[in-house]
Every structure is written in C-alpha cells, then in structure tokens.
Design a binder for this molecule. Structure first.
Ligand code: ADP
Ligand code: MG
Length: 218
C-alpha cells in the first residue's frame, strides 16, 4: 500500500526526517511513536501532500510514485489524513462538507454522486455508531466543537470517505477515556484487508485499544 524508502525531509534548511524507511502492506496497522518535535506530523503532512518541505527519497503509494500525485488527487486515490489540529471553517456546514468531499471522491472514481437523502441516512448511521450528537452535523465545520467532537468528526469523515490509507496524526491527544475508546472503536471497526492505517501517537494508551501490527519509534 505504502512504501517509504530513505525519506529525508527538511524545511527552512532544518533537517527533520533523516532517512526513514517504512513499508505498509494492505490490511496492516502501523503505529508511529516519538517525542514532540521528532517529525511525526511532518511525515503525515508529506504523505498528504503539504507543500514547503524539501524531500529526497522514494515514496510509493499502491505502486505509484506519490510525489507525482497532486494533493487533491491523493484524497481521490484513497489517502486520508486526520489532522492533529482539525481546522475550524466558519461558513462551511459540516454535513455539506462531508457530502461534497464524498461526492468529489466518488466522481473522481467514476461513481454516481450520492443524493441528499441517501447521504443523510449514511451520515446519521455513522454518527450514531461513533456516538456523535447529530446536532453538530448541522453546525459550521469544527466551529465551537469541543476537542473530543473535533477528533470524533475526523473519524466520522474517515468512515464516510472509506479511504485505503488512513493516517491519524495524534487523533488521541487531549481526549478523555470515553472519546479515546470511540476513536479506537472507529478504527477497529474499519480494519479490513484492503485498508491500511498509520497511527501516529505520543501516548502508549491508544495502543491499548488499537492493537497495531507494528510499532515504530521516531
Ligand atoms: P511532531 O509532530 O513529532 O511533534 P513535527 O513534525 O510537527 O513534530 O515537527 C518536527 C520539527 O520540525 C519540530 O522541531 C518543528 O519545530 C520543526 N518544524 C516544523 N515545521 C517547521 C517550519 N515551518 N519551519 C521550521 N521548523 C519547522
Ligand atoms: Mg505532531
């Protein structure tokens, strides 16, 4: 699914990653741990296509050279990043955001757009599974959401978009134990032979709930 060969990354002449190797096969869950500042978010950002880094080394996603895939196409091809700090986007309704994201990906993959009724049924079902209060879905994206609601909303997005490579950047930090369990349940119930996970975390406790196949330390 993902192969990283001797990845070096720097920003503003500061070296952050200095030769990272990682191979994730379909169906595997890998955890990456490491202290603050060790480059965990940098790795997540590079995989999702954030600009500004000087990169050398090889990155392959489903056999394709990832560097050749523009950002918006990375999502369309099944890469999903749950942000460490989900952005608040005033003026954008959460339901509309989720529906537009889903339909953009469906269209890019030659599938029919999902209509409003079918979407609402889907989003309600997934929100209920995650114990998300449906009321937040009609609010502006992440605006005024609690920390836990923001992170659960990232997992809801993951459930709806149904990606192949899921990157979770400290989705567990700052959560109480109930929210942490919700996040872990969301991941565990999504595990399948054609989906891979890169779970970035600062804390051991998430790994009590998500049992990774491999643990790496940066
Ligand atoms: P982590 O997620 O493991 O805490 P990050 O990947 O966020 O670490 O950051 C790694 C290092 O890179 C940190 O020391 C951070 O200050 C530095 N860094 C990140 N972005 C920039 C930037 N735009 N300019 C300079 N240094 C940066
Ligand atoms: Mg980070």
């Amino acid at each position: 699914m993902l192969e990283i060969i001797n990845l070096k990354a720097s920003i503003n002449k500061r070296d952050i990653l200095t030769g990272l190797n990682l191979k994730i096969n379909p169906g595997e869950v890998h955890a990456i741990m490491g202290p603050n500042g060790s480059g965990k978010s940098t790795l997540a950002n590079i995989l999702s296509g954030k600009k500004g880094y000087e990169i050398t080394g090889d990155l392959k996603y489903k056999g394709e050279n990832l560097k050749d895939i523009p950002v918006e196409q990375r999502a369309q091809k099944g890469i999903f990043l749950a942000f460490q700090y989900p952005l608040e986007i005033p003026g954008v309704n959460t339901n509309n955001f989720l529906k537009t994201s889903l339909n953009t990906i469906r269209k890019a993959n030659g599938k029919k757009e999902i209509d409003t009724l079918a979407f609402l049924k889907l989003v309600k079902e997934k929100a209920n599974e995650l114990g998300i209060d449906e009321k937040i879905l009609s609010r502006q994206l992440n605006v005024g959401f609690s920390g836990g609601e923001k992170k659960k909303n990232e997992i809801l997005q993951m459930k709806i978009l149904d990606p192949n490579l899921v990157i979770l950047d400290e989705t567990d930090s700052g959560l109480d134990i109930d929210a942490l369990k919700t996040i872990a349940d969301g991941v565990n119930s999504s595990r399948s032979k054609d989906k891979s996970f890169l779970v970035i975390t600062h804390y051991q406790r998430l790994l009590d709930y998500i049992k990774p196949d491999f643990v790496h330390v940066l």
